[in-house]
Ligand binder design. Structure first.
Ligand code: MG
Length: 223
């Protein structure tokens, strides 16, 4: 089960900057790019609520939440297109060639990136085996997205595989928490600015410094 931002796309820098610009625009001026990395994996609404709650008297309505998230998406969509993460397609090809089924599990609701998946990673992901912000209520760090990924797999193939048959690939602390909480072997790839310790202390079973490094060790890890 592959996370998308920071794993398949080198998109986290754009997300961090667009969150920062958006929060400042709406008056939440203490928000920093590093905070965006710590919130990575939450739904947009989840992030907005946590930040807004620091501004006690300012309660955001559902309508404002929508506006803020829409603004963030617009800022993000005007940025230079995030590239596929180096090593990601090569790893996904190895996964498919080994007879393993890749599942996408992202908290993102950015349609531009989700649409690009098929262009950048042709014939890798089945639409039935994708979990996005449109599927989940809670989002990471809740295990729900990964539990749903396994459920979609079992429903699609009419099987009842347990979590021991799955693995998670994640770059974010909250994503690692979600994978671990779902009871799944969780591999962290540290593609961002946070220290390794943040991923390991959240329970990652293995850690690689990049997707290319995970790809280079594919046989040891997956076979
Ligand atoms: Mg991520």
């Amino acid at each position: 089960m592959f996370d998308m931002d920071g794993v398949l796309f080198d998109s986290m820098k754009n997300h961090a900057l667009s969150w920062c610009e958006t929060m400042h625009h709406f008056g939440f001026t203490d928000f920093t790019p590093d905070e965006a990395y710590m919130h990575e994996g939450r739904t947009g609404t989840g992030t907005i609520n946590i930040v807004a709650s620091r501004y006690g008297e300012r309660r955001v309505t559902e309508e404002e939440e929508k506006q803020i998230y829409q603004y963030k998406c617009e800022v993000f969509n005007h940025m230079a297109e995030a590239k596929a993460m180096p090593g990601a397609y090569e790893l996904l090809r190895k996964v498919v060639d080994a007879g393993i089924t890749p599942i996408l599990v992202t908290g993102s609701g950015q349609r531009t990136l989700i649409d690009r998946l098929n262009r950048e990673f042709p014939s890798i992901f089945r639409p039935e085996l994708m979990v996005t912000a449109f599927d989940v209520r809670h989002g990471k760090p809740n295990p729900e997205p990964y539990l749903m990924g396994m459920r979609k797999y079992n429903d699609f193939f009419h099987t009842t595989l347990s979590q021991d048959n799955f693995a998670v690939v994640e770059n974010a602390p909250l994503g690692v928490q979600a994978g671990v909480a779902a009871g799944v072997f969780t591999i962290a790839v540290n593609t961002g600015p946070l220290p390794d310790e943040v991923l390991l202390s959240n329970g990652a079973n293995l850690l690689f410094p990049s997707m290319q490094a995970l790809c280079d060790h594919f046989e040891e890890v997956f076979c």
